[in-house]
Design a protein around this ligand. Structure first.
Ligand SMILES: [Ca+2]
Ligand SMILES: [Ca+2]
Length: 356
C-alpha cells in the first residue's frame, strides 16, 4: 500500500466563453405558425454546386445556393440504388452531399426576406427563422448553422430521427428555431457548416423565414442600441450600429458585443470576463470557481459547464450563477470531481426579448 500525499489531486483547466444564444427555448413545430411567407426546400437531386430550390415560396426573389467541399469530401452521392453505396445517398428520389469537413465544407444559401431595406424610413428587420437539415449520422456528424455577423437569438436546437437507411445507420433532422435582430439588408445568408472533425452528409435543407420591420432596438449580435448609448459609444461616419458589435472600444481583447453578454464595461479595459481561480481540494470534493464578470449588460444568469476532455468536449451544464452587484463571482459545485482531469467554462448568455 502506498500512501502518497499529493498536493494537487486534480488538474483543472479553465476557460471562459460567450454564447450567442439566449435561454428561452421554444417548442419546435413541424411548420412554424408564422411560416409560409418565405419557404424553400432543397433536395439536391443533381450534382450542381449551385442548386436551385426544389420548392419555393418567396415574393421577394429567388434564393441562391452554393456547395463548397472541404477535406475528405466524397461530393454528391447519386441516389440510384444500383450504385454500390446507396446507403449514403439519402432519401429515395434525391441525392445527398458529402461535404467533407468544415469549416470549408459548407452549404451557403442567400435568402431574400424583404423589400424595404432601401426605403428612406426603413429601421431594421427582425427575422424569424426555422431551418431543418436532414443529415446522415454514421461515421460522420451533424452540421452547424450560422448566419455570418449575426447572433442566433432565442435559439432552440433539436435532433429528431428522420428515416432509417436501407443498409446501415440512420438520417436525422437537425432543427434550428431562432430569430435575427438588426438585419439591415433584404437578404440573409445561411451557412450550414460540416462538422470540423468528422464531416457531414446533407440530404435535404428546409428553410422558413419571416422578416418583420421593427424599431431599431437591437444590433445584429443582439445588443440593445441603448446600451451602446449609455456607454457613450457611437457609430462612426458611414457605419451603422451593427458595426459597433465588432469593435473593441477599450482594447481589452473582448469585442463590444461580448462585453454586453459578459456584463462587463466596454470602455474599461480592466473590466473583462475571466476566470481568476479554480480549485478542488481532492477528487472527492466539488470544484470552486471564481471569475470576474458584471451586471452592466445582459442580466441572464451565467451558466457553468464542465467536460472531461478538451479534444471533443461534451460540455454538461453543472450550475448557474446570478449576476452579482460586484464584478467578483463565485460558484461552488456540489458533485465530486472523480476524474483526474476536468475542465470548466463559464457561459454568458444574452437576455434579448424573444418574439412570441
Ligand atoms: Ca473591449
Ligand atoms: Ca472591457
Amino acid at each position: 500500500m502506498h500512501n502518497i500525499n499529493r498536493a494537487v489531486w486534480v488538474s483543472v483547466v479553465a476557460c471562459a466563453v460567450l454564447v450567442a444564444a439566449s435561454g428561452t427555448a421554444k417548442t419546435v413545430l413541424e411548420t412554424p405558425p408564422w411560416a409560409r411567407v418565405v419557404s424553400h426546400t432543397y433536395r439536391f437531386a443533381t450534382d450542381s454546386t449551385t442548386p436551385e430550390a426544389d420548392e419555393s415560396l418567396n415574393a421577394f426573389g429567388t434564393p441562391t445556393a452554393r456547395i463548397n467541399l472541404g477535406p475528405y469530401y466524397n461530393g454528391w452521392q447519386n441516389p440510384d440504388p444500383t450504385l454500390p453505396i446507396p446507403q449514403t445517398s439519402g432519401k429515395p428520389g434525391s441525392g445527398a452531399w458529402d461535404l467533407g469537413a468544415g469549416p470549408t465544407g459548407e452549404i451557403r444559401i442567400a435568402v431574400p426576406v424583404g423589400d424595404r431595406a432601401l426605403a428612406e424610413d426603413f429601421t431594421a428587420y427582425r427575422v424569424r427563422l426555422s431551418v431543418t437539415v436532414t443529415a446522415y449520422g454514421k461515421m460522420v456528424a451533424m452540421p452547424g448553422l450560422e448566419v455570418p455577423q449575426h447572433a442566433l437569438n432565442c435559439l432552440s436546437y433539436e435532433i429528431k430521427h428522420a428515416f432509417d437507411d436501407p443498409l446501415l445507420g440512420a438520417w436525422s433532422n437537425c432543427v434550428w428555431n431562432a430569430s435575427l435582430s438588426g438585419v439591415m439588408t433584404n437578404e440573409i445568408t445561411l451557412v450550414i457548416t460540416a462538422d470540423q472533425h468528422w464531416g457531414s452528409i446533407i440530404d435535404e435543407v428546409e428553410i422558413f423565414a419571416l422578416a418583420e420591420e421593427v424599431d431599431r432596438l437591437y444590433t445584429a449580435m443582439g445588443v440593445p442600441v441603448e446600451w451602446y448609448q449609455q456607454h457613450g459609444l457611437e457609430q462612426e461616419e458611414g457605419q451603422n450600429w451593427n458595426d459597433l458589435d465588432f469593435g473593441d472600444a477599450d482594447d481589452d481583447g473582448a469585442l463590444n458585443w461580448q462585453e454586453y453578454y459578459a456584463g462587463t464595461d466596454p470602455t474599461n479595459a480592466q473590466s473583462r470576463l475571466r476566470i481568476t481561480k479554480i480549485e478542488a481540494a481532492s477528487p472527492l470534493e466539488p470544484a470552486r470557481l471564481e471569475w470576474l464578470g458584471g451586471n452592466t449588460g445582459s442580466q441572464a444568469p451565467y451558466i457553468i459547464e464542465s467536460a472531461t476532455d478538451l479534444w471533443e468536449p461534451e460540455w454538461e451544464p453543472v450550475g448557474t450563477q446570478e449576476r452579482g452587484e460586484t464584478s467578483i463571482h463565485v460558484w461552488e459545485g456540489t458533485d465530486m470531481i472523480y476524474q483526474p482531469f476536468r475542465v470548466f467554462r463559464i457561459k454568458a448568455p444574452n437576455d434579448i426579448d424573444c418574439p412570441n
